[in-house]
Design a protein around this ligand. Structure first.
Ligand code: C2E
Ligand code: MG
Ligand code: MG
Ligand code: MG
Length: 288
C-alpha cells in the first residue's frame, strides 16, 4: 500500500509540476511580444512624508495586461524576464516611461517630486549603467535628485564589485539608492555595512503584523532605529490601516507607502489624485 500511495502522490506532483511548467512556458512565450504589442504599462503609488502628510513622490510599478492571460503580476514575470535577458529591454522601457512622466509632473508641480524605480540586478551588471542613467536624466531634463533607484538584497549578493561600482557612480551623480524589502534577505545587516544606501524600505511583512505581533513591533522599531543611526531615510512599505500609520509615526519613521495612502494607479489617476491637488494635504486624518 505504501508504494501505491507514493505512486499516486508522485503522479499528482508530476501533473502539478507539468502544469506549472506549461504556465511558465505560456507566460514566457507571450512576454516576448509584450513590449512591442504595448501590453506593458506603469502604475504609480504615492510615497508620503509622514510628518507633513504630503505626497513627495511615487514608486513606478510595472503592469502587464495580455489579452489571453489577463493581468499578470510582476512577481510572475520579472524573474522570467531576468532569466531570458528580456529585463534589459523591459527595464529600459520602465526607465524611459517613468522619467518622461516625472519630467511632465515636475513641470506641473514646480516643486520637488521623486520617482522611485525598481532595478533588476541584470540591469546593474552593465558597466555603463551609471552613464546610461546620466544620459536619461539629461534627455528628460531631470535633476538626479528626482530619481531614486530601488534594489533588493538578493541582487547585490551576486556581483559585489559591479554593484559597488554602479552604486557609487550613481550616488556621485546625485541619484539616491534605496534598499528595498529590508529585513527579508539573509544578510540585511552586512549589506548596510558593505554598501552606502540613502534609504531603507522596511518590508511589508513586518508592517502587516504590527497589530498582532509584539515581535514584529520590536523588529520594526529596531529597523527604524538602525536607519536613523545610519542617517538613512526610512520608508515603511505596505501601510494599510491607521494602527500601522500611527505606529510608524510614533516611531519616527520618515515616510510611508501603502494602500492607506493610495494604491498603485494609472498615471492619469495619479495625476488627478495627487499632482493637480498638491495644495491640500492628501490625507485627511492626522495621526493621533
Ligand atoms: P516592491 O518593489 O517591493 O513593490 C511593492 C509591492 O507592494 C507592489 O507590488 C505594490 O503594489 C505592493 N503594495 C504596495 N502597498 C501595499 C499595501 O498596502 N498592501 C499590499 N498588500 N501590497 C502593497 P507589485 O506591484 O505586485 O510588485 C511586486 C514586485 O515586483 C515589486 O516589489 C518589485 O520587486 C517588482 N517590480 C515591480 N515593478 C518592477 C519594475 O519595473 N522593474 C523591476 N525590476 N521589478 C519590478
Ligand atoms: Mg520597490
Ligand atoms: Mg519592497
Ligand atoms: Mg518586493
Amino acid at each position: 500500500t505504501i508504494s501505491k500511495a507514493e505512486g499516486l502522490s508522485y503522479s499528482f506532483f508530476d501533473q502539478q509540476t507539468q502544469s506549472i511548467l506549461n504556465e511558465r512556458y505560456q507566460i514566457e512565450s507571450y512576454l516576448v511580444d509584450a513590449l512591442k504589442k504595448h501590453e506593458l504599462s506603469l502604475h504609480y503609488q504615492p510615497i508620503i512624508e509622514l510628518n507633513t502628510r504630503q505626497v513627495i513622490g511615487a514608486e513606478a510599478l510595472l503592469r502587464w495586461y495580455n489579452p489571453v492571460l489577463g493581468q499578470v503580476a510582476p512577481d510572475q514575470f520579472i524573474a522570467l524576464a531576468e532569466r531570458n535577458g528580456q529585463i534589459i529591454e523591459i527595464g529600459n522601457y520602465v526607465l524611459h516611461s517613468a522619467l518622461k512622466q516625472t519630467a511632465y509632473w515636475c513641470q506641473i508641480l514646480q516643486q520637488d517630486f521623486k520617482i522611485a524605480i525598481n532595478i533588476s540586478p541584470v540591469q546593474m551588471r552593465n558597466p555603463r549603467f551609471g552613464e546610461h542613467i546620466a544620459e536619461l536624466l539629461t534627455l528628460y531634463q531631470l535633476p538626479a535628485t528626482a530619481l531614486e533607484l530601488e534594489i533588493t538584497e538578493g541582487m547585490l549578493l551576486q556581483d559585489e564589485h559591479i554593484a559597488h561600482h554602479a552604486i557609487s557612480q550613481l550616488q556621485e551623480l546625485g541619484v539616491h539608492i534605496s534598499l528595498d524589502d529590508f529585513g527579508t534577505g539573509y544578510s540585511s545587516l552586512s549589506y548596510l555595512q558593505k554598501y552606502s544606501f540613502d534609504t531603507l524600505k522596511i518590508d511589508r511583512c513586518f508592517i502587516s503584523k504590527l497589530e498582532h505581533s509584539e515581535q514584529a513591533r520590536e523588529l520594526t522599531k529596531a529597523m527604524i532605529a538602525i536607519g536613523k543611526k545610519l542617517k538613512l531615510k526610512v520608508i515603511a512599505e505596505g501601510v494599510e490601516n491607521t494602527f500601522q500609520d500611527t505606529f510608524i509615526c510614533n516611531d519616527d519613521c520618515n515616510y510611508g507607502q501603502g494602500y492607506l495612502y493610495g494604491k498603485p494607479v494609472t498615471p492619469e489617476q495619479f495625476e488627478h489624485d495627487f499632482i493637480r491637488r498638491q495644495s491640500t494635504p492628501f490625507y485627511k486624518t492626522e495621526p493621533n
